[in-house]
Ligand binder design. Structure first.
Ligand code: G4P
Length: 549
């Protein structure tokens, strides 16, 4: 009798926990805002936070944006990166939905940081400048989104300025980004004559007024577009143009399919002006309605559902402490499944080590606070004294790890040269830790163990040199190396791969996991290698499932 009662209580508790997990899961949305620099990512982020009540005034958040002047002022970059720790993850509540907005650096030299952050989100909002359309960085970011079928919502910004024709913009999005798009709102003019947008799904007119101080949109319902009141609101000419445009749109597009959006095949498009607070509420309301709840992830032992009750998560970012006297770092953990509890023991799968965390932090706009529990979709900060590498998995027992934090081929390669033989240990340790943090990639050339550092931008070399000197007291210089791409290789004929590795020994480096990597001297020689060794597949990302080479 007594035992039964205890069992009953345990079961009740269990189902209480699963209910709570499910509830928390359903009310979370984890996403990133991405854009080519200057399209308006920072402005939009800030406006979203204003709506979420996470900040009170515009300008309160210094986003991860690294300003243009910073390229020549290294300390400024570090300071900005320091500030950006607090705003790397911005959590806020909007209409009872817990939104986790992950910031990504705008500077192209930190593109790899952005790619990794994209592995930790469930969807993205892509900001496009209406005048510039699709730009170089937009294309690359979208390639990464497509690799993982991440659902995308497009926000065409700066409608208060003269820009490209909206139909042309839609075409450009489809052709340059290889994704189907569908407008869910439609602009009425642009620039000086911009009057607002019509929301196609909600059948609402959203009227624009420049320099609006309030944050809410000015909405009028128009379920019947023939309503003469529309002519009064917009003037006859603009009302007629809107009717004509919408006729065309409704004729061309099928009814909007949320499933196609969720599978990453279709991107809904909204128009607005972030700096004028215009269209932001519409975007946010649509976002919480459409965007996916936290999704599971593919692991080495199959797909782990987010509703799975046993806890798991992965590290996608590591940020060094800026104070050189404290070597500890903050590791950013994305929770994939189950509930994370403070003080509980978890398995660090790579090191097969039990760890528990007494000060896990959540990030709410400018503040960091210690949390007791966190749920799938959440990102928490763990203080780390050097145990974590990017891509590490924590579980409550399982010994699987998450795939899909790929390394991308760097674009600039330089040899790291030690300037002080007495400090080679410090240099070795420093470069290892910096590459664990993902500042750059390290390849060791064999034989001789020469160290090749690969990065996306020049800026990282400055970062590495400065940090090695200040945090590890090691002096170095870099010598340019004429490599074009780093290629990971797969084959079903190991003997041919062995032959290739032997023949190209001077161009083979070992990556952080000791995988051989072909450091191709030029595009031409990479193509030659592909022709000569058709049995070998050369990948420019270490995530072999999704090749973008
Ligand atoms: P980013 O993070 O994508 O790099 O872009 P950011 O938000 O910093 O915006 C880049 C510039 O575009 C900023 O101007 C910003 O004010 C402006 N902007 C953003 N949204 C709109 C919009 O809807 N309409 C117009 N006309 N401009 C917009 P800036 O002069 O570079 O900086 P600031 O001095 O205004 O901060």
């Amino acid at each position: 009798m007594c035992v039964q009662r205890v069992l009953g209580t345990n079961q009740q508790q269990q189902s209480h926990f699963s209910m709570k997990l499910k509830e928390e899961l359903l009310r979370r949305r984890t996403f990133a805002v991405i854009s080519h620099p200057d399209a308006g990512k920072t402005t939009l982020t800030e406006k979203l936070l204003l709506f979420g009540g996470a900040i009170q005034t515009a300008g309160a958040v210094k986003s991860n944006k690294i300003t243009k002047t910073a390229t020549s002022d290294f300390m400024e970059i570090e300071k900005q990166r320091g500030i950006s720790v607090a705003t790397s993850v911005m959590g806020f509540e909007y209409k009872s939905i817990k939104i986790n907005l992950l910031d990504t650096p705008g500077h192209k030299d930190f593109a790899e940081d952005t790619y990794r952050t994209l592995t930790a989100v469930d969807s993205v909002i892509l900001v496009i400048d209406a005048a510039n359309g699709v730009e170089a960085q937009t294309e690359r970011l979208m390639e990464v989104c497509r690799m993982r079928d991440t659902p995308v919502i497009v926000f065409i910004n700066k409608m208060d300025r003269e820009g490209k024709d909206p139909f042309d913009l839609l075409d450009e999005l489809e052709t340059k980004l290889s994704i189907k798009v569908q407008p869910l709102s439609w602009p009425i003019n642009m620039g000086n004559r911009f009057k607002g947008v019509y929301n196609i799904l909600r059948r609402q007119l959203n009227l624009f007024s420049p320099n609006k101080t309030g944050i809410s949109d000015d909405l009028r319902s128009f379920s019947d577009l023939q309503d003469p009141a529309l002519d009064v609101e917009l003037g006859e000419r603009d009302a007629a143009q809107l009717r004509e445009d919408l006729d065309l749109i409704l004729g061309v597009y099928d009814p909007f399919s949320v499933e196609r959006y969720l599978s990453g095949a279709l991107a809904p498009v909204f128009f607005g002006s972030a700096v004028n607070n215009f269209g932001v509420q519409e975007l946010l309301d649509s976002f919480i309605e459409l965007a996916p709840t936290p999704r599971g992830r593919e692991s080495t032992e199959g797909f782990v559902e987010s509703q799975n009750e046993s806890f798991s998560g992965f590290i996608f970012k590591i940020h060094a402490n800026l104070d050189p006297r404290h070597r500890d770092r903050i590791a950013f953990l994305r929770i994939v499944s189950g509930t994370f509890n403070r003080h509980e023991f978890y398995t660090h799968v790579r090191q097969q080590k039990q760890m528990r965390f007494s000060n896990p932090t959540s990030f709410m706009a400018q503040d960091k606070e210690i949390i007791d529990q966190a749920f799938p979709g959440d990102v928490i900060g763990l203080y780390d004294s050097g145990n974590f590498k990017i891509g590490d998995t924590l579980t409550s027992g399982g010994s699987y790890y998450y795939k899909g934090i790929p390394s991308f081929s760097p674009e600039i390669f330089k040899e790291l040269i030690n300037l002080d033989p007495l400090k080679s240990k410090q240099l070795e340790k420093g470069i290892e830790q910096l590459t664990d943090e993902g500042v750059a990639q390290l390849f060791r050339l064999q034989p001789g163990n020469r160290k090749v550092i690969g990065t996306v931008g020049e800026l990282q070399f400055e970062v590495i040199q400065y940090r090695l000197e200040h945090e590890y007291k090691a002096a170095c210089r870099f010598q340019a190396m004429a490599f074009h791409k780093a290629c990971w290789m797969t084959t079903d004929q190991p003997s041919r791969l062995q032959e290739f590795l032997r023949r190209k020994a001077d161009n083979i480096g070992l990556d952080k996991d000791n995988n051989p990597v072909f450091l191709a001297p030029s595009g031409f020689l990479l193509n030659m290698a592909r022709q000569d060794y058709p049995e070998i597949v050369f990948h420019t990302t270490s995530d072999f499932k999704s090749v973008v080479s």
